[in-house]
Design a protein around this ligand. Structure first.
Ligand code: RNT
Ligand code: ZN
Length: 425
């Protein structure tokens, strides 16, 4: 499409949106500055650098597929992230797991002994690209999972993982201070049982005490934002999850001066929707965190699409004022069956699309129709909004961010696959 045609398409779209009371330029300007966390783990199938990559993932998570080109070293992963950064609009922020520590000169440290210096290379990476960074302790894929971690009945196992959590708070403080942006630090464990447990409360009490201990490590809640992520079940832990929805939400509610609840939309029963849970939580919590993924029948972590629930999540974020610091948005999926960079970029762009689409709704007018009880007109308006010329606004948004529009970015990935990924043995 020629530049002139694009400009015309955008001008027409702007007019169409103006006719329903939507300011397209304001929507574009708003979204450009909303931080969205880019998860480093899509690039290497959640392997990290601190354990043997031939050992299986544990903790109830699984990547499937063996598409060639997985990043095996920090250098490869960073190079791949640079490719991604060229192709995504908006204001990305990095999201690291503790297992991505970089050990220089054989200076390996176990997870309970990790230090800020093990993330120095990542700080340099982020600084050079103007990125903030979120962080996650890694309570899985490690010999000290017995298989439980923070909920283990073994005090030694628990101690190891508590020390890991505390080390991660110190690292999060380092990331926040070095990069000048808050660091959201998410606590998730896969602790649970494959089969019917005899004691359901013991592990939960131990988990609660362990998180208390981790959060006793000093931090400034404005800089480091610990979260507690719930889960319904995982592979190999089908019968019982220690950090269930009620557990995690209660923990966050009783400790709202120290941590946030985190909802991952792959972590609920298949007919539950996180879009509806966002306003429910925001009626009580000043701030919440999200992992956006795509579950298919289970927590399969497929690439995020521009689908109905992603759009609805984005609409709730926007309508509830989530873009003004009330909702910390992160992506969390991992597909090893397709080009990993394309998976990253597609999911990130789709979330951006959903947020832009949400910003292009005449939300105040729609609310008024609801409050007036005019559900007939509300339905008509909501349906008609679906076919306004969104694509032209999306193109313009990409352009305004200095990033390729749809149709322009995939060839770059194909070229990178040919030149770089396919050469990784
Ligand atoms: C797992 C959780 C968790 C992980 C990441 C790697 O089910 O969603 O957030 O995916 O921490
Ligand atoms: Zn998650």
């Amino acid at each position: 499409m020629s530049n002139d045609t694009r400009k015309q398409a955008f001008a027409l779209a702007k007019e169409a949106y103006a006719a329903v009371g939507v300011d397209v330029d304001a929507a574009i300007a708003k979204l450009k500055n909303v931080p969205v966390s880019l998860h480093c783990w899509q690039g290497d199938d959640v392997r990290g650098f601190d354990t043997d990559p031939s050992k299986p993932l544990t903790g109830g998570i699984q990547t499937t597929g063996n598409y060639p080109g997985r990043a095996r070293t920090p250098e490869e992963l960073m190079a791949d992230i640079d490719e991604v950064l060229k192709l995504i609009p908006g204001a990305p922020k990095m999201n690291l797991h503790a297992s991505y520590a970089i050990f220089e000169d054989g200076d390996w440290a176990d997870r309970d002994k990790l230090e800020p210096k093990h993330f120095k290379k990542w700080v340099e990476f982020c600084k050079a690209r103007g990125l903030g960074c979120d962080f996650n302790p890694t309570f899985f894929s490690h010999p000290k999972c017995d298989p439980l971690t923070l909920a283990s009945p073994d005090p030694e196992t628990r101690r190891f993982w508590i020390e890991h959590g505390k080390a991660c708070i110190r690292i999060s403080t380092y990331l926040a201070e070095e990069l000048g942006q808050p660091c959201v630090m998410n606590i998730w464990t896969g602790d649970g049982f494959k089969d019917v447990p005899a004691d359901r409360i013991g592990p939960r009490e131990r988990y609660r005490e362990s998180i208390d201990e981790i959060l006793s490590e000093p931090y400034d809640f404005k800089k480091v934002k610990p979260c507690v992520e719930s889960k319904v079940f995982g592979i190999g832990v089908e019968a019982y999850t220690v950090g269930s929805a009620e557990f995690s939400l209660s923990y966050a509610a009783f400790n709202r001066d120290k941590c946030l609840p985190l909802m991952d939309n792959g972590h609920y029963h298949p007919t539950e929707v996180v879009s509806d849970k966002i306003p429910a939580l925001l009626a009580f919590f000043p701030e919440i965190a999200l992992h956006i993924t795509r579950p298919i029948r289970w927590d399969s972590d497929h690439v995020v699409l521009f689908d109905d629930e992603t759009k609805e999540i984005a609409r709730e974020i926007v309508r509830c004022g989530g873009l003004d610091g009330r909702v910390d948005i992160a992506l969390d999926y991992f597909d090893a069956s397709i080009n990993r960079i394309s998976a990253w970029v597609t999911g990130y762009r789709n979330l951006q699309k959903a947020l832009l689409f949400a910003l292009l709704q005449p939300n105040e007018d729609l609310k008024r129709l609801q409050d007036e009880g005019n559900f007939t007109k509300l339905m008509v308006c909501q349906e008609e909004l679906k076919t306004l010329p969104f694509g032209a606004v999306w193109d313009e948004y990409c352009r305004a961010c200095g990033k390729p529009a749809d149709g322009e970015w995939f060839p770059q990935i194909e070229a990178y696959e040919k030149d770089v990924l396919s050469r990784r043995a």
